[in-house]
Design a binder for this molecule. Structure first.
Ligand SMILES: [Zn+2]
Length: 227
């Protein structure tokens, strides 16, 4: 478990190996909510940083995998936003597409208030987060980019030390490659992934270096060949 402040306005909460990174912007916006398995710990960490669940007014999910959406319900005053292709996964509690079974998680149906589309802009603190649809890891994956600060939330599309995988039922390695090409051409200073460490400077350069591995993106077919 770890709490890390990023700039003056963002806090990263890391709860466990299975939870996604949880980012809190300006005390009122959450990007990804983890599995929900570690609620008491998250509550304690929020309190320690003088933040409160009831003040969170919006939760944005970078995609509808269980390790990112399982904790959405903890923010009981918040609206839920997810890309339009992921809305049904949340609303129908789709165990297959969310991979809830893999995590032994119980997914509850949840109302989606905002079905995001490429190009939408979400205000969060002083940031204007542009929604960039980046299908590949899943068909509903998005990155969120604040042009002014150069900060990008990348979900499971790209990490500090590697590229996202395309091994799920709604994955597409070809689309992931195109999505990675798209975001690596933007002027990214910091990027904040869905798991692991953050990249604090020269984000675009790191992305372009990682792009050299684009031919090795992990797919489900490869897993089968290995068996
Ligand atoms: Zn994922």
């Amino acid at each position: 478990m770890k709490l890390k402040r990023i700039g003056s306005n963002i806090i990263l909460f890391q709860l466990s190996e299975v939870d996604s990174n949880i980012y809190l912007i300006n005390g009122d916006t959450v990007v990804d909510a983890g599995t929900g398995f570690n609620f008491p710990l998250l509550k304690q960490m929020f309190k320690a940083s003088k933040n409160y669940f009831e003040k969170v007014s919006q939760v944005i999910n970078t995609h509808s995998h269980f390790d990112h959406i399982g904790g959405d319900g903890y923010f009981y005053n918040a609206t839920i936003s997810v890309h339009e292709r992921g809305a049904e996964v949340l609303e129908k509690a789709d165990i297959e597409k969310s991979c809830a079974d893999f995590y032994d998680g119980k997914l509850m149906p949840r109302k989606v208030a905002v079905r995001l589309k490429d190009g939408d802009v979400i205000k969060a603190g002083g940031m204007e987060l542009q929604v960039i649809h980046t299908p590949g890891h899943t068909d509903d994956s998005i990155c969120l980019f604040d042009k002014k600060s150069g900060i990008m939330f990348t979900g499971d599309t790209i990490f500090a030390d590697g590229l996202g995988s395309a091994k799920f039922i709604n994955s597409d390695a070809g689309l992931l490659k195109k999505s990675l090409e798209k975001i690596s051409k933007l002027n990214v200073v910091q990027y904040l992934p869905g798991h692991g460490e953050t990249v604090e400077k020269m984000g675009s350069r790191r992305m372009q270096t990682l792009m050299k591995e684009v031919g090795k993106i992990e797919t489900a077919d490869e897993d089968e060949e290995e068996e």
